[in-house]
Design a binder for this molecule. Structure first.
Ligand code: MN
Length: 154
């Protein structure tokens, strides 16, 4: 039997995990986002995927982006809205969102409270693409999406 390591067990308290660093959402400051933090819960090379926990304060939002790699998301805390392609959905704890390749996506905290979600992603992955003016115009052709973006970009 192989011995366990202390890092094999990490207690959860106040939406933080022991020995998990509380990091900025993105190292790259070129993308628009607000009031959001990142904890990487699992990133062992043997797993081929990573599990991260993102949390945003009231009024916070993630980057509007798309990429080749997929996301598997589970809402973990609070209430938010999710933009997925031309769909805007209210999401609540333990709802699942599958984000396919090349679909525009963004999360936004709603109801004036903290909103957090778990996100599973490939360890090896492409860099996200940000929308051009033309992409934004195309997204805005949908009134519901436009309303979502106006709230986000305010
Ligand atoms: Mn993404």
């Amino acid at each position: 039997m192989t011995a366990t390591e202390p890092a094999d067990f990490r207690d959860f308290r106040d939406f933080r995990w022991d020995a998990v660093e509380h990091r900025p959402y993105k190292e790259d400051a070129s993308a628009a986002f607000s009031a959001i933090s990142r904890q990487v819960l699992f990133e062992a090379p043997a797993l081929a995927c990573e599990l991260r926990y993102f949390e945003m304060q009231a009024g916070g939002y993630s980057t509007l982006e798309r990429h080749q790699h997929m996301h598997g998301v589970m809402v973990f805390r609070g209430y938010g809205h999710c933009l997925l392609g031309s769909t805007v959905r209210a999401v609540a704890p333990f709802d699942l969102v599958r984000i396919p390749a090349w679909i525009w996506h963004q999360f936004r905290a709603t109801r004036g409270e903290t909103f957090g979600f778990l996100c599973m992603v490939n360890r090896e992955r492409d860099r996200p693409q940000l929308p051009t003016e033309a992409d934004l115009a195309a997204l805005r052709a949908n009134a519901e999406v436009a309303a979502f973006l106006d709230e986000t970009l305010r």
